[in-house]
Design a protein around this ligand. Structure first.
Ligand code: DPP
Ligand code: ZN
Length: 858
């Protein structure tokens, strides 16, 4: 497969102002007639047009109304000879949606038809210039069997519908907003809707519909409320108003991604729509709100302004992730949301940035764009824009965004366009800051605080590590919010933002008789790793007293990370262990007892750094050692704080169910308490968890209890797993949880459980949610995945090989866990590499998997 390069971008020769699509729908056979109006762009002399296809053969081609044979296939693309400036071409194709297991293009899911076109799925429906900088208005006509496809949806507004005598019916849709093909959508099937309305800031009434399969309707209320909140928030926070009379969301159970922002017709994975207290956790509720917001916000950051080419993906994704993060911060607890987002960044993006798949948020080259829908493009992309916002402040940032929307509305834009709009609108020079777009790798900032007479001097130095294809890096502006706590009073005189512009800099702070305590990167203003020598007493102080909740969490984490990495790396003198554990115990005890904390925040502070994040701190790591140390600490803490944890569990259990912050917080600390108790006193914890399971009136408590039980050797484990399965056997999303809990469990036999579950009648490679629930959960379970004999690696490689012919996009997502081989001990590294080589040797690999394996071995 060829390498596509950003520097090779050229505009397309032709404009396609209008597209008319006519679908004759059938599950096994759908006919598509596409009529494209074409206008040759100024200064272009081309006498032909290249239309992308993927697995298509033209049934008929017409040019200007006449059957034509001046066309030829070039690979999978269709080339049509055209000698004038304006033409109309009409192409007929026939496709088989039921055979489409890739879930890209038009496919069948549970008897309904739906589409996924981002990034390059439209070319699986018809021949088209399938690139985001070709914008067209679409008119869609579809007809199909009335009983099989009672509901017919597409983008924009429904302009006409009718019935035929032969049992078919039809509908016509028109989307007045020019859009790239990746935003096209069509859905046909037996669906029911929750309807509502939203009145915009300019008093326009928008009809809202959330479409699901019959039987799922009573689980759509939260999604609808989330949608209305999103629409209101985008008006309030960004001044963005919705621009059609209709906004539809359809939930589909077979879906590669989370959801898709098609204009006026979002298509969602059911996972991000369906919720009620009985079947969805508090985390699920939050995720639904966040994803509904995300896709809705794309209407401006993605649809009204789209991307010029796929290298600019972060233009819409980084910005939209930031927008959904800010939305969720405003809807719930701001600090808790910030901590969660940083945790995701550190466990998913930092490893990507330090491994073979590292790439800048605006990549320079790809073979398969699906492989670049990454934590780097999305989450680091959001952090980069958040930094701009932190530097200029929210008001000036808003002015920059306003200018961006005004300047580029209706265009296919670039990341550079965005940066320039922020520069001009927020009045700031971002010349050096642009390096964040071109350089991969997580910068490391080294920090030293020195006392000089009555002043504290802060020395900062940064280093951006080498990444594949980028051996030498330049320094990037790093904004750090800081506060200096006076040792005597335990307070600080206000926080400030400093920006490390260069490789190194020193900052002097007058008026400190003795060295203050430094609180750094408050709110996580910069996505960097920090290297500093800080006294444990200072961390203990910050963990107990820092007024910035994120910094408080960070101090708590640092305390644990310092201890566990040293211990797992064999650098901890045994004599130091008790003192370090005691310090952590005091800090955690303080968190349990602190009446000033709400439980949602307390729950965050109780979560130990993940094994992945711990491993990330070491050049090479032994997962078994990290696991043993982390579990050992957990057991020690659970034992040491047993009374407080039991009391907390009892207190939280008495809080009745509701969706308010207090009750959610109670549920969070309740299960966290069990997690520690399970490590310290497994029998007692199993009893408590079984009780929690039985008395649960909501999924958060029930899943939490089952999660703890799944890791234990207890008769309750078996009973509750069986009960859970039987209770929810008809609900695929809950059965996904059942698979995932077992695959990610602390149980020593987890790998055997995974092997057995792969043979379970409910397991299938055809449903991405199910595949992820078993195998992603497993690949993220270090003690099982990294078994020293390499069996975990073999399982994942086998999965990749089996899944690749069915669904390459999802298969390729399983390569990164193996691709981390350089970061493990020599024996594991060899085994992991061996499995990658086995995959590479397969006779026929998709472009997706080929690229990821190639980069991982390279
Ligand atoms: N649907 C994916 C998202 O919203 C890709 N655009 O992020
Ligand atoms: Zn998105």
């Amino acid at each position: 497969p060829p390498i596509i390069r950003r520097e090779d971008y050229r505009p397309f020769d032709w404009a396609v102002p209008e597209v008319a699509l006519d679908f004759t729908l059938g599950l096994q056979a759908t006919q598509v007639r596409a009529r494209l109006s074409l206008r040759r762009n100024e200064g272009v002399t081309a006498d032909r047009i290249r239309l992308n296809g993927d697995g298509l053969t033209p049934v008929a081609v017409k040019v200007d109304g006449e059957a034509s044979n001046s066309w030829a296939m070039d690979g999978s693309d269709l080339i049509i000879a055209l000698n004038g400036d304006m033409h109309e071409v009409e192409i007929t194709t026939a496709i088989n949606p039921a055979a489409n297991s890739q879930l890209m293009g038009l496919y069948a899911s549970n008897g309904m038809l739906c589409t996924q076109c981002e990034a390059e799925g439209f070319r699986r429906i018809t021949f088209f210039p399938d690139r985001p900088d070709v914008l067209s208005t679409y008119r869609v006509h579809m007809s199909g069997d009335k009983t099989q496809f009672p509901v017919l949806l597409s983008n924009g507004n429904c302009t006409a519908k009718g019935e035929a005598a032969d049992g078919t019916h039809w509908a016509e849709w028109h989307d007045p907003w020019p859009k790239p093909a990746y935003l096209f959508a069509l859905v046909a099937g037996e669906l029911v809707a929750r309807h509502d309305q939203f009145t915009t800031m300019n008093d326009r009434v928008v009809d809202l519909g959330i479409w699901v399969r019959p039987g799922d309707l009573d689980r759509t209320e939260h999604a609808m409320e989330s949608l209305k909140r999103s629409m209101k928030w985008d008006e309030d926070a960004f001044g963005r108003e919705y621009d059609l009379d209709l906004f539809n969301i359809v939930a589909v159970s077979d879906f590669n991604m989370g959801a898709m922002e098609n204009k006026g017709l979002n298509v969602f994975n059911t996972k991000y729509v369906l919720a009620d207290a009985e079947t969805a956790t508090d985390g699920d509720y939050d995720a639904i709100e966040g994803v509904i917001g995300h896709e809705y916000f794309h209407n401006w950051s993605g649809n009204r302004i789209t991307c010029r080419d796929w290298f600019q993906l972060s233009l819409k994704e980084g910005f939209t992730v930031l927008r959904d993060q800010l939305f969720s911060q405003d809807m719930g607890s701001e600090p808790v949301k910030r901590i969660e987002d940083v945790r995701v960044l550190r466990s998913a993006q930092f490893p990507e940035d330090s491994g073979p798949l590292a790439h800048p948020i605006r990549p320079d080259a790809y073979r398969e764009i699906s492989n670049f829908y990454t934590a780097t493009v999305y989450n680091k992309g959001a952090e980069v824009i958040r930094m701009m916002r932190s530097i200029v402040g929210p008001e000036r940032f808003r002015a920059g965004c306003d200018l961006y929307f005004e300047r580029h509305d209706g265009e296919a834009a670039t990341c550079e366009d965005f940066v320039r709009a922020i520069e001009d609108g927020a009045k700031i020079d971002l010349t050096l800051f642009r390096r964040w777009y071109s350089q991969a790798g997580t910068p490391k900032v080294t920090v030293r605080l020195e006392q000089d007479g009555d002043a504290a001097v802060l020395h900062l130095a940064q280093q951006v590590p080498a990444t594949p294809g980028q051996p030498d890096k330049q320094p990037m502006p790093v904004p750090l919010r800081i506060a200096l706590f006076d040792r005597a009073s335990g307070t600080h005189a206000g926080e400030r933002l400093i920006v490390l512009e260069d490789g190194s800099a020193s900052f002097r702070f007058e008026g400190f008789a003795e060295r203050p305590i430094l609180s750094l990167n408050r709110g996580f203003t910069a996505p960097v790793s920090i290297d500093r020598d800080v006294a444990r007493e200072d961390l203990e102080f910050l963990a107990a007293h820092d007024d910035d909740p994120f910094a408080r969490y960070e101090a708590m984490q640092d305390l644990v990370v310092g201890h566990l990495t040293a211990a797992a790396d064999g650098r901890l003198a045994e004599g130091d262990r008790p003192g370090q554990r005691a310090a952590i115990g005091r800090a955690l005890g303080g968190v349990l007892a602190d009446a000033g904390l709400d439980d949602l925040m307390r729950g965050e502070l109780m979560i130990l750094p993940s094994q992945t994040y711990l491993a990330e701190q070491l050049a090479t790591s032994d997962p078994a050692a990290i696991h043993a140390e982390r579990e050992g600490l957990k057991a020690w803490l659970g034992h040491e704080l047993q009374d407080a944890l039991l009391a907390m569990h009892a207190r939280a259990s008495a809080v009745p169910f509701s969706l308010d912050a207090e009750a959610r917080g109670a549920r969070k600390v309740k299960t966290q308490a069990l997690v520690y108790l399970a490590a310290a006193a497994p029998d007692r914890a199993a009893e408590l968890a079984a009780e929690q399971y039985d008395s649960a009136d909501n999924m958060t408590d029930r899943q939490g209890a089952l999660m703890v039980l799944t890791g234990l050797e207890s008769p309750h484990r078996t009973h509750k797993l069986i009960d859970f399965y039987n209770r929810y056997r008809d609900n695929p999303l809950v059965i996904d949880k059942w698979f995932a809990l077992q695959a990610q469990s602390l149980h020593p036999q987890a790998i055997e459980h995974v092997k057995a579950l792969a043979l379970h009648p409910d397991f299938t490679l055809r449903n991405p949610n199910r595949v992820r629930s078993l195998y992603m959960a497993f690949a993220a379970n270090p003690h099982a995945f990294h078994k020293p004999d390499g069996e975990g690696y073999r399982l994942i490689a086998d999965l990749i090989l089996a899944l690749d012919p069915i669904n390459p996009q999802t298969a390729a997502r399983f390569v990164p866990p193996l691709g981390r081989w350089r970061r493990f001990d020599a024996a594991r590294a060899a085994l992991m590499r061996g499995e990658l080589e086995r995959v590479a040797a397969a006779e026929k690999l998709s472009r997706d998997t080929f690229e990821q394996v190639e980069r991982s071995l390279g």
